[in-house]
Design a protein around this ligand. Structure first.
Ligand code: HEC
Ligand code: HEC
Ligand code: HEC
Ligand code: HEC
Length: 444
């Protein structure tokens, strides 16, 4: 939208007034020492983001360690916070990357890290196995704090900071599942109260969330929040802006940059003024020598994984697997196949994707064929013929049966029907299961 001339003039005047106020504020507090705060968010699974340009990598954990080490050497009172969203689960090798991102983050010595839904893609245990300062104020889980209390001595003063983080239940990818699978509770009031209390006790209050600003305003009383970190929407950091007394920060994604604020804080823990600087991580920032073994281990594991995949592919190509896949069964059992194809079993993996759990072994095991068994499902790219709940989940591996044109029986030929279903239709995952009601829906 184009601004009218008069608006522009108004804007300019406002800008000028702001500038004067700001300059004045800086001038009056010029002797006060600021609190240095580093913030980032939404690394989005980029251990070292490739720009595919001449400059090569455009950032990454290794360089960030060098940079933070240097900044901390200059000022040990430095505070570092992240809005979370560190890992990603979109490709087969993302899990290895995620493991090393978490290890690497431990070496960055952040003070508080929020949790986003994508951080839970491999299950909660995956992220808490590293001693990172995770914070979620609306979730009780070992290894995840409800709030983080920090204190720094700045000049003569002690600055106290409390970091809160909100994992929004409405954005849970699992909300469409029946049964209560949500890990968090919707207790905005409780968190608001905790923030208000910290604010009245003179803490600098920080709220981390991956919500957009409008959604935060609907839920939270921003009067109590000094620093708010909202959703990163792009690689570039947003300009910080003031909403009432709150300083709103929007980090840039993919770990290409970090940003530094120098905050002047009054005795009540309110922010008086600030300066902001975005710091790039180009190749002139050297890798950290103390990360050498981490980086080597990561590359070794990626290579190992690649070789293992090649081996699996060879094994599959040589026909060593005992599983055939539904397409093969279809050739002789067209009627049974039709019936299966129209059932929920045939979309069991898609449903996992729908809840962002297509890479969590704890889920895959019941939603694919033979996961964890020799020749069974590995991932979408290596074993696309074993996606979803198929014939061989129930009848057992049946390649020999198919190759023998039905002469050799399928592996589970002597299993009672109930036993077949009980592999997966257990109380926890299928509370309303009864064989009499379920079998007619898939009978063939
Ligand atoms: C080349 C044809 C052919 C293919 C391919 C084939 N079958 Fe069969 N299947 C048969 C024949 C023939 C019978 C009947 C055997 C009988 O009645 O004794 C049979 C019977 C069965 C039975 C019932 C008898 C038993 O062994 O329990 C099941 C279950 C079965 N097939 C599953 C499968 C599955 C699963 C696949 C795919 C992995 C498959 N079949 C692929 C030909 C085939
Ligand atoms: C022990 C086997 C098993 C495991 C493990 C399992 N599931 Fe399921 N899942 C089932 C069964 C059985 C159903 C069908 C439930 C029904 O309709 O009675 C189901 C249904 C679903 C559905 C679709 C139906 C719905 O609830 O709306 C989703 C989505 C799903 N599971 C996700 C997951 C996720 C995510 C995990 C891992 C956290 C997981 N499952 C782990 C067996 C399992
Ligand atoms: C959810 C489990 C399940 C799935 C998936 C499933 N079946 Fe079955 N199937 C059964 C059960 C249970 C029976 C009944 C066995 C009995 O009557 O004792 C059966 C029976 C059969 C029979 C024998 C039919 C007869 O008249 O005796 C064939 C053939 C068969 N299935 C083939 C298939 C094929 C091919 C697929 C995949 C396209 C498939 N099944 C998928 C559970 C399953
Ligand atoms: C390998 C695991 C597995 C086995 C074995 C299995 N199921 Fe399922 N079943 C699932 C999963 C997963 C779903 C949910 C699929 C989805 O909606 O994503 C499901 C869904 C269903 C549904 C659809 C539920 C609905 O509300 O529409 C029926 C019916 C069903 N199963 C019946 C059976 C019966 C009967 C057996 C035994 C003969 C059986 N299943 C064996 C995993 C399994």
């Amino acid at each position: 939208m184009r601004l009218k001339g008069s608006n522009v003039t108004l804007k300019t005047i406002c800008g000028l007034i702001n500038f004067l106020i700001f300059t004045f504020a800086v001038a009056t507090s010029v002797n006060a020492q600021p609190l240095p705060l580093i913030y980032s968010g939404n690394l989005d699974g980029e251990l070292e983001p490739c720009g595919c340009t001449e400059e090569g990598n455009l950032g990454g954990i290794n360089r960030r360690v060098s940079l933070l080490d240097k900044l901390r050497a200059d000022n040990p009172q430095l505070v570092a916070i992240s809005g979370g969203g560190l890992i990603s689960a979109e490709g087969s090798t993302d899990r290895i990357k995620a493991k090393y991102i978490l290890k690497g983050f431990a070496d960055l010595h952040y003070d508080a890290i929020g949790v986003q839904w994508k951080d839970l893609s491999y299950g909660a245990d995956f992220i808490v196995q590293n001693p990172l300062p995770w914070v979620v104020s609306n979730w009780k889980h070992d290894g995840v704090a409800a709030e983080k209390t920090l204190s720094r001595s700045i000049g003569e003063k002690i600055v106290k900071i409390k970091v809160f983080s909100w994992l929004d239940p409405d954005y849970s990818p699992m909300r469409q599942m029946h049964g209560d699978h949500s890990v968090v509770v919707d207790n905005v009031e409780h968190v608001n109260t905790a923030i208000a209390q910290a604010d009245s006790q003179g803490f600098v209050t920080v709220l981390l969330t991956s919500l957009p600003l409008e959604a935060v305003k609907e839920r939270f009383d921003l009067k109590m929040v000094d620093v708010l970190l909202v959703r990163a929407s792009y690689e570039v950091f947003g300009e910080p802006k003031s909403e009432g007394k709150t300083l709103v920060l929007q980090p840039g994604s993919r770990g290409m940059r970090i940003a530094r604020l120098d905050l002047n804080i009054d005795a009540k823990g309110d922010i008086k003024d600030w300066t902001h600087k975005i710091i790039g991580l180009p190749s002139s920032v050297a890798d950290s020598p103390r990360m050498a073994s981490w980086y080597k281990a990561y590359n070794d594991e990626v290579k190992q994984d690649y070789l293992q995949r090649v081996a699996i592919r060879k094994q599959l190509d040589s026909g060593a697997s005992t599983f055939a896949g539904e397409e093969v069964c279809k050739t002789c059992h067209a009627a049974e196949h039709k019936k299966w194809f129209d059932s929920q079993h045939a979309i069991a993996y898609e449903d996992l994707e729908g809840v962002n759990k297509a890479f969590d072994p704890a889920c895959i095991v019941c939603h694919t064929v033979g996961f964890g068994e020799p020749g069974g499902f590995v991932d979408m790219s290596l074993t696309p013929h074993l996606l979803n709940v198929q014939c061989e989940n129930c009848h057992g591996a049946a390649k020999e049966h198919a190759e023998s044109k039905g002469v050799k029986p399928v592996s589970n030929h002597d299993w009672p029907k109930e036993k077949i279903c009980a592999q997966c239709h257990v109380q926890k995952h299928s509370p309303s299961f009864s064989f009499e009601q379920y079998w007619p829906k898939i009978a063939h």
